[in-house]
Design a protein around this ligand. Sequence first.
Ligand code: ZN
Length: 507
Amino acid sequence: MKKGLLLFILILGTFATYQTNLVAAEEAIIQVDNLNVRTGPGTTYDRIGKVNTNETYTILEEKGDWLKIQRNSTDGWVAKWLTKVKKDRNVVSSSHYSKYDYLRIRSAPGLDGKVRGYLMKDDQVKSQERKGRWLRIEKGKVKGWVHGDYLSKNESQSPILENKEEKKTSAQGKIKVGTSVLNVRSQNSTKGEIINQVRKGQIYDYIAKKGSWYEINLGQGKYGWIAGWLVNEVENNQSSSSTPSDSHNKNKQETYVSLIYNSTNLRNGPSTNHKILGRGHKGDRFDVIDKQGQWYKISYKDKEAYLASWIVKEFNEESSPATSPSNHTLNGKTILIDAGHGGRDPGAVGRSGSYEKSLTLDTAFLLKKELENKGAKVLMTRKDDTYISLSIRSYQSKRSNADAFVSLHYNSAPSNIVANGLNSYYYHSKDKTLATSIHNSMVNHTGLKDRGTKKGNFHVIRENNKPAVLLELGFISDAREEQTLLTSSYQQRVSQGITDGLIDYFN
Ligand SMILES: [Zn+2]
């Protein structure tokens, strides 16, 4: 039944997209000076203003030989024979604003269209064409289709103005920063100017919440907005001295679900009567908090939402096919972890302003824990945010007694912001087995796109006398992937992948 209905809706949707509706604006270019604008279509109507040669106006209506034009003050009528009508399909017909961050721009008017880019909340775009519910838009160099439901004719009201009147004083709650370095912005969107930065584990009072953004109190009368998906709300009685890693109990079984269909509704309660909080796409993953009847309670942008169980696939971390046999360990092995970049070298910068150097360091510590749990001895080329040259990293490896050198990086492709997935590199062909073993295990553990194992001419693995690999753990230039990579649960999964890959290699 449900499937039949769904199919029916899909078919309807397909027909709708065939109904092409070209919105072509017409404009009138005034050909004389001091042309009268009148209240109606004729010389008997009152004059309400004048227009001049070469001024261009959008035509609202046409009656006989008269045109109603749109003006900043009042709309009015002008004699058509004293204007030149420009019919141009490329003329701006309507302005729209994105209602959400990371709204996908697709190559075709449908969910099958490839993702070419994103709009951020309140980004303004012009549309010249409509197909069904999809609008063709342009943003910078990116041209494509956006679903009309996610666009608004009006810019959302400035949150800063709104908040000035109320609040500003009383704390609504507390949040703890969940990522190494988080930008504080002047408004609740990534378009807001960066006014400050806060660090992992720090706790702030927030005085307002808007969409997925929090307005926090920075002290000394200063306030700013931070992305809600990179922080966690904390109980009021939680002391700020607790370490951020406390919440990641390694014995906890992590269950997550993956969406089977595009445009899956995420709701605020366990039934289809509940409000839709957002939509997910095929392959999106969410951590499961609880299961209530036929519904999963999941974590969504660090809030909670509900997903119907019949439209998702469940995964248990422990039942993952890549889980290593428990009798295999890394006893007696020494692993040198190299967290890429650091200090004055930030590496790549992610779409939301995250730094590669911070992500690699966070992951390095999680990996260290995983490796030690399996009996390995762990060395690190850096343990904090300091700059270390490539030759020093190689030198550290050469003079160490490491059995393997693992360099951690996060990838970026600014010119192709939708590139995603995992890459693993070796330089000396004897290290290909190591790279392949780690790579396959990482892909199994994370489900990220498999971009393969390749030979790579990188200093730290070339100038190295130990088995050495360089791993690119995902693309922070892809807005959606970046949000996954920033989570501890992803970094934990990829660390388990690397650990199991090393176990396979040594056994
Ligand atoms: Zn890097």
